[in-house]
Design a protein around this ligand. Structure first.
Ligand code: NAD
Ligand code: GDD
Length: 327
């Protein structure tokens, strides 16, 4: 039986990944500062602890793991990473986690490790035109990410690649482009645009207006969690190191994203554009490399993923309003 360690198993992607690995029959140990927020972990063992702490990480690696997924990070949506308030925490916390986990894996002979990097590593100068961003993998240098979060991800990509070159680690690196779905942050200050706008739409009376940060003409693409997991597993089990984009090429403006969610909710809503953390003007996944190397494409259109996500977020909103627990 395959033995797997998931770091960040209490988080959005880590929690879903544990469920997927269990469904495949693996034995899974999860580690995180916290338990998953909305349903019990499916992990065989869930260890609470701080991955910044070397002693804790040493204890986690008390056995050989066939696969390690490193998803733990200090991260959030635009309202968390682009305000500048959390820069030092984000860089210190995530760098310490990566240094500890990777080095301990290497020293204990656990060779195969997945690292979750981000589209935020791409240079701001290629993401100024909302209609024509360039996020091809080979456009990462000369480096100019627009956030310290992006710089830490780029540093850690290089850290993992150096362990591959010097210590024979089997490293796999993905650059995620805005992953969304049920059981992600939706109201804790770390929520990204899909969940945030689902919440605002769910809370709004028909005919009211919801707040959008910026002019809403900034563009993004969003990948549904199930498609993300399929790509992660294909990458991990391939002989391709990456870094490679894992995202959708269905680029939309944030205004259109809000309209799609309002239509799903069956509400006629206006928009009030307000100042807010905006990040880059345009971003879209470029999937040419992953198509070529892994023969992978997203399967779920944005609208279908939003419908599933809206159903879950609106349930959370109703439960919070009535003071009852939601799933
Ligand atoms: P998340 O915040 O839901 O999960 C991260 C988890 O890491 C959290 O549960 C958190 O408690 C845990 N963690 C943080 N510090 C820790 C510490 N010191 N010790 C132990 N656990 C700690 O985020 P997510 O959306 O699941 O993202 C997973 C990974 O993918 C992260 O590395 C993130 O940067 C990356 N990523 C995600 C997206 C996205 O759109 N979700 C996009 C790009 C990159
Ligand atoms: N979060 C949020 N909430 N964003 C909003 C809102 C709102 O209410 N209204 C408008 N936006 C706009 C933001 O200003 C930003 O321009 C855009 O929607 C997308 O915001 P997010 O989804 O929060 O983040 P992002 O796409 O800029 O960055 C995210 O994706 C990266 C990978 O692609 C972050 O989660 C990063 O951590 C991640 O690495």
């Amino acid at each position: 039986m395959k033995r797997v360690l998931v770091c960040g198993a209490g988080g959005f992607i880590g929690h879903h990944l544990v469920q997927r690995l269990k469904a495949e029959g693996a034995w899974v140990r999860g580690a995180d500062l916290k338990y998953p927020g909305y349903s019990a972990s499916g992990a065989d063992e869930f260890v609470l602890g701080d991955l910044r702490n070397q002693t804790f990480v040493g204890e986690l690696f008390d056995q050989p793991f066939d696969e390690i997924y490193q998803l733990a990070a200090d991260m959030g949506g635009a309202g968390y990473i682009f305000t500048g308030e959390h820069d030092a925490d984000v860089m210190r916390n995530s760098a310490l986690i990566n240094l500890n986990v990777l080095d301990t894996a290497s020293q204990t002979g656990c060779r195969r490790i997945f690292y979750s990097s981000s589209a935020c590593i791409y240079p701001e100068y290629n993401q100024l035109d909302p209609d024509n961003p360039n996020c091809a993998e080979d456009s990462a240098y000369p480096a100019a990410p627009d956030s310290e979060y992006g710089w830490e991800k780029l540093f850690s990509e290089r850290l993992y690649l150096s362990y591959a070159r010097n210590y024979g680690m089997q490293v796999r690196i993905a650059r995620f482009h805005n992953i969304f779905g049920p059981q992600g942050s939706w109201n804790d200050g770390k929520e990204k645009a899909p969940a945030a706008l689902c919440r605002k739409v769910a809370e709004a009376e028909d005919g009211a207006a919801i707040e959008i940060w910026g002019d809403g003409q900034q563009t993004r693409s969003f990948l549904y969690i199930d498609d993300c997991l399929e790509a992660v597993l294909r990458l991990m089990r391939s002989d391709w190191t990456g870094p490679v984009n894992i995202g959708s090429e269905e680029m939309v403006s944030i205004n259109l994203l809000a309209d799609m969610i309002a239509a799903i909710a069956g509400k006629a809503l206006g928009k009030r554009h307000v100042p807010g953390a905006a990040g880059v003007r345009g971003r879209n996944s470029d999937n040419r490399l992953i198509r070529e190397k892994l023969d992978w494409e997203p399967t779920l259109p944005l609208h279908a993923g939003l419908a599933k996500t809206y159903a879950w977020v609106s349930q959370q909103v109703s439960a919070a309003q009535f003071g009852i627990a939601a799933e």
